[in-house]
Design a protein around this ligand. Sequence first.
Ligand SMILES: *Cc1c(COP(=O)(O)O)cnc(C)c1O
Length: 474
Amino acid sequence: MPRRPAAAAAAAAAPDSSASSSSPARLSLISRHLAPDYPINTPYTVERLPNTIDTSLLPKTQTRKLSTSKAANMSSQPPHPTLLIPGPIEFDDAVLSSMSHYRCIFCPLLLESFPVHGGESHVGPAFVATFGETLSMLRKLFQTTDPAAQPFVISGSGTLGWDLVAANLVEPGEDVLVLGTGYFSDGFADCFGVYGANVTELKAPVGSRPQLPEIEKALSEKKYKIITVTHVDTSTGVVSELEKLSELVRRVSPDTLLIVDGVCSVACEEIAFDAWKLDGVVTASQKAIGCPAGLSISMFSGRAIEVLQSRKVAPGSYFGSMKKWLPIMQNYENKKPSYFATPSPQLIHALHTALTQILSRPLSERFALHKAASDRIKKAVADLGLKQLAANPDDQAHGMTAIYLPESVTQAAILPNLAKKGVVFAGGIHKEVATKYIRFGHMGVSVLDPKRGDVDRAIKALQDGLSECGYQKA
Ligand SMILES: *Cc1c(COP(=O)(O)O)cnc(C)c1O
């Protein structure tokens, strides 16, 4: 682990006077220790910027950059570096501003023309209508018309989706097969362990995914309650093929529930929940859906709900109990107020706006635009003489690209260089290669709104940045 523990220890070992001093003073003591080697981006990144708190990298530069570029007409948001990491992503203005509006109880349909500002009850009729419509719109986003399928929207991040699955759909001692593609599937496997499941992880080499014949072998050797797949593993940019996987699972082990971690794929990769016979897809608000972070969003099949209802042991989580949330979601969708734990009216409004925008055009068009941007980015990466973690084109995701750096260029050199150009990329997080690559997220408004020019600016920044870091294509 990096130096955090040392810093904490230093703070703890400081003379007793620190204990009696004010908390801001103590905070500054701790942050002084942390600042010089604060990690960039990820738990597995070991290289450090000389000082990431260096404010000279921040807004001054961006303001000048953005106001002279095409980005000037991109939105009414204050100038800021373009966030091109694999989530959170850039926001559409309407999504952000809907967080400060609510529907007047007396004119619930007039939101657009007469926005009302202020606090809002989570059980008031207007909010209940908004939440109910949000749940119904999710059915369209996941392409399900099966009334037995059930959407859930619960305050929390994408990780809460793992807890929902592990606490509700599997019982202690039951077997789970996790298809291992990287950091995020490792996390899902870890989560199952916490709730007492017996986990087998079928791991693929970095930049690849488990192949159908090995999955078939694993499924025929043991009966698994659940198989999970990370649709896009955000640590590697590898996309998995859900349709063929589902056919295989139904053929070889028909009772096994197929659960998809779609945190980095819902709304940028096609997901046909009914047609592909999926049993669960868990996602979050802040990636391709383009809403602020803070909502766990999921869809479960009628089969999964039956598994939940027929549990022998109560779910091993209170807040995360789908048994508790199920009637709440059903009531909201039927426009009946209901309470288990307070939802966030502001985030639900933002999600309602984001989903309204997403569904205002055919989904196929949205996926095609993500693919077109992705193809352009992948070509630019190849033209630079660089390789992706996902070597096989069929395995390459369309909402992000994980790019190996040239040997001569470090993350600590290129990421701040890009930041100075107003473009924020992410570092690596796959523990085997974390320092050797960077991640470029291309989802949502950055690829759907050509006026912003985000993708072109990012490609140009990467080309210039690498050359300023001394890289020349061989
Ligand atoms: C981001 C991500 C998660 C975790 O989501 P959080 O919102 O950070 O909790 C899980 N799985 C995948 C594939 C992700 O990309």
